[in-house]
Write a protein that binds this ligand. Structure first.
Ligand SMILES: *Cc1c(COP(=O)(O)O)cnc(C)c1O
Length: 420
């Protein structure tokens, strides 16, 4: 049984109610393998749907511009304290509305327009906000890039060479499509060698970091941002952390009044609930299982003749390359979608197709792991992925696999209390 009733909504607005019911069906029947998505718990969603949505609380705990913030103060302070406990840092700002807002605040706090930043190339696995041209980060600042080698890995010596040439004010590390561990210690050495600030964006791997299943950016990075809705399995939002009091003050001003108005207190309450789940010893089991499941996925794909960028994975995702195949990432994305398996197309190192077509897909394990799936299910699913890719034109087969995947999914209820 899932825990969603939406009884009031059903009475008030049947149209929106019906759309949400259909979305619940979609989430339930399909296998969600987009690496940046997850299923948050009913407890987190209750906090998110709470009366705090009605409260203005501009400012920070115990220093507000509005009256009546006693409870907002308590819940935001709780979220901050739990965040600091999880990541072992001194300061946290839990107000960013999203990961991109968090990153915008970092630049706004520490840079002037036109200053130089060095980040990972979007087409090599970086994020738009790491200096990409269509993003504010590439428009307001002078952005330079490092990437991965043809083996799919960051070459740290090369990053150092580029840093020495560019002399950036900030070096951004962290990625959206990189299957290997990020060496924050080495990045800090590079930053120190050119006098740059090291900014780690752990949006994708934060849940693993929280469990000690990935090297921590602390104490190496001067400043760390994350989303709270990816591997952290919390509500949609962002967060900024540091050990440096001076940077913390600048960040607070950059978020409010710099970039945002009133904080989303309901979302901050939900962040606090998610952080409590992460502080539970069971979180370590979840993070370990996320990695184990991704590993099985990679192993099966390799056994079935598919190229995995960097030859495997250290984290929650695999990047599959179709550079040597007659079909594209877009074709694979569509065929897998027809088979009830949701992934996203992705560029790969040595890309030959456009960013709208691509030669790869990114496949992640966090969401299905949250549903309770283990190695056994991931082996079955990985083989079905290969069946679809081997027969990319066979629409009848895709339909048949869709039924099988729906059947498999039905054994793993989402939004049930027992899963979390
Ligand atoms: C997802 C992501 C973000 C942005 O998060 P939004 O909440 O979508 O704005 C930033 N950085 C990285 C590395 C990401 O993967």
């Amino acid at each position: 049984m899932n825990y969603i009733t939406n009884a009031n909504l059903k009475e008030a607005d049947n149209e929106v109610f019906a759309i949400i019911e259909d979305e619940l069906k979609r989430q339930t029947n399909h296998l969600e393998m987009i690496a940046s998505e997850n299923f948050t718990s009913p407890a987190v969603m209750e906090a998110m749907g709470s009366v705090f949505t009605n409260k203005y609380a501009e400012g920070y705990p115990y220093k507000r511009y509005y009256g009546g913030c006693e409870q907002a103060d308590k819940v935001e302070q709780l979220a901050i304290d739990r965040a600091c406990q999880i990541f072992g840092c001194k300061f946290a700002n839990v107000q960013p509305h999203s990961g991109s807002q968090a990153n915008g605040a970092v630049y706004a706090a520490l840079l002037k327009a036109g200053d130089k930043i060095l980040g990972m190339d979007l087409s090599h696995g970086g994020h738009l906000t790491h200096g990409s041209k269509p993003s504010f980060s590439g428009q307001n600042y002078s952005a330079f890039y490092y990437g991965v080698e043809l083996d799919g890995r960051i070459n740290y010596d090369k990053v150092e060479e580029i840093a020495k040439l560019v002399q950036p004010k900030i070096i951004v590390c962290g990625a959206s499509a990189y299957a290997r561990e990020i060496d924050f210690k080495r990045f800090r050495e590079i930053a120190d060698s050119v006098g740059a600030i090291l900014f780690a964006d752990i949006a994708h791997i934060a849940g693993l970091v929280a469990a000690g299943e990935h090297q921590s950016p602390f104490p190496h990075a001067h400043i760390v941002t994350t989303t709270t809705h990816k591997t952290l399995r919390g509500p949609r939002g962002g967060m900024i952390m540091t050990n440096d009091e001076d940077i913390a003050k600048k960040i607070n001003s950059a978020i409010f009044p710099g970039l945002q108005g009133g904080p989303l207190v309901h979302v901050i309450a939900a962040k606090a609930v998610a952080f409590k789940e992460i502080l539970d010893p069971k979180w370590k089991d979840y993070a370990k299982q996320v990695k184990a499941n991704a590993r099985v996925l990679g192993e099966v794909l390799i056994k079935r003749g598919y190229d995995i960028v960097s030859g495997g994975t250290d984290n929650h995702l695999v990047l599959v390359s179709f550079l040597n195949k007659p079909f594209s990432g877009k074709d694979a994305d569509a065929a897998l979608g027809d088979a009830g398996i949701t992934v996203n197309k992705n560029t790969v190192p040595g890309e030959t197709r456009s960013p709208f077509i691509t030669s790869g897909i990114r496949v992640g394990s966090p969401a299905l792991t949250a549903r309770g799936m283990k190695e056994k299910e991931f082996e079955i699913i990985a083989n079905k992925i290969c069946d679809v890719l081997d027969n990319i034109e066979d629409k009848e087969l895709h339909k048949k696999i869709n039924k099988e995947m729906e059947e498999l999914a039905s054994n793993f209820v989402i939004y049930s209390k027992s899963t979390y």
